[in-house]
Ligand binder design. Sequence first.
Ligand SMILES: Cc1cc2nc3c(=O)[nH]c(=O)nc-3n(C[C@H](O)[C@H](O)[C@H](O)COP(=O)(O)OP(=O)(O)OC[C@H]3O[C@@H](n4cnc5c(N)ncnc54)[C@H](O)[C@@H]3O)c2cc1C
Length: 392
Amino acid sequence: MTSAVLDPQEHRDLRAAVAALGARYGRDYFTSAVRDGRHTDELWAEAGKAGYLGVNLPEEYGGGGGGIAELAIVLEELGAAGSPLLMLVVSPAICGTVIARFGTGEQKRRWLPGLADGTRKMAFGITEPDAGSNSHRITTTARRDGGDWVLTGRKVFISGVDIADATLVVGRTEDARTGKLKPCLFIVPRDAEGFQRTQIPMELHAPEKQFELVLDDVRLPADALVGDEDAGLLQLFAGLNPERIMTAAFALGLGRQAVAQAVEYARTRQVWKGGPIGVHQAVAHPLAQAHIELELARLMTQKAAALYDAGGADELAAAAGEAANMAKYAAAEAAAKAVDQAVHTLGGNGLSTEYGLAQMLTASRVARIAPVSREMILNYVSHQTLGLPKSY
Ligand SMILES: Cc1cc2nc3c(=O)[nH]c(=O)nc-3n(C[C@H](O)[C@H](O)[C@H](O)COP(=O)(O)OP(=O)(O)OC[C@H]3O[C@@H](n4cnc5c(N)ncnc54)[C@H](O)[C@@H]3O)c2cc1C
């Protein structure tokens, strides 16, 4: 699927190397890990050693010195091979980016080398039960108490809190001038007193679990705050665009894996005299369509990553935000359609445990909902791109 013209040689090399690693693990490894209640630790460790997990982080802290474009390649290729690593979306992409860009020297030294080689992980918590898509309504509050911060609030659907050394929690502090609450980011260690987690039962076939969190007067030292108390929104967005691009990469990998499986089946399954079921255009065309839509979504993902990695001027940042939203939308829709079609192509086997496609149905819906739903992206494009009025 790669184009020699659009992809620089180093991206093609990275893709090939990660695909080879992914192929050594594959879907069976992933499926058996989930079945046995294990995590995909061996793959995570090997990918970390090879430098793939921190490919976007600064070289001086053990990273690869690349950008989100490279990290998205890693996630997409592992997903296409059947073993996606969901924590890449949060640990190096959101948390690593935010700390690398806005953390203090001490925070960078403490966290980045571990996030880069995968020996440490960080989860990310913004969603709240009573705020959901409207993150302006979050109420997790941080107040100063002497030199400390004290956090109170609730979060929901936070991925991987059990396996993360800490969670980057989005809270609010009170503006001393206006009294208004403004967003701020705090590193909350997994074992902090008052930081409770409860696993949410989910119909997802994945090693990474989701948690409801209660922050009950969690006392943190002053240096738990990442970056500047007055520039929280800017810092938050620095992490949210990579999250959208990485979610797009997650969806692309999943969609590619489903189409590849369906194509293989359509090529070999024979029930009529005239050849395998793939000779029928009613079987072949929807798969061709799914392939095209994944390719288009990937192009948008590459554009979004290139704009984000270029950084700099406000205009470029706005373009990166728009492209990241569009890429996430396009990839999620393409993946949902691809998985649906793949399941159908296998007939009864599409729903069998042996072929493992049915379990991808729920996974393929995640990207439509998280980290920002399809409708919220359509709202964003309606308002920001098309200039249409807001209904809320
Ligand atoms: C598997 C999984 C992993 C996740 N991991 C994390 C994580 O690690 N960290 C984290 O912080 N969060 C995480 N989330 C949460 C995720 O980001 C939220 O589920 C998502 O933002 C949607 O919020 P909600 O579920 O509260 O839906 P709601 O906001 O209640 O929305 C429900 C429905 O209403 C629609 N809707 C809402 N408002 C509007 C509107 N104005 N116009 C049109 N339609 C609207 C939505 O599109 C959606 O279809 C995860 C979720 C899942 C499913």
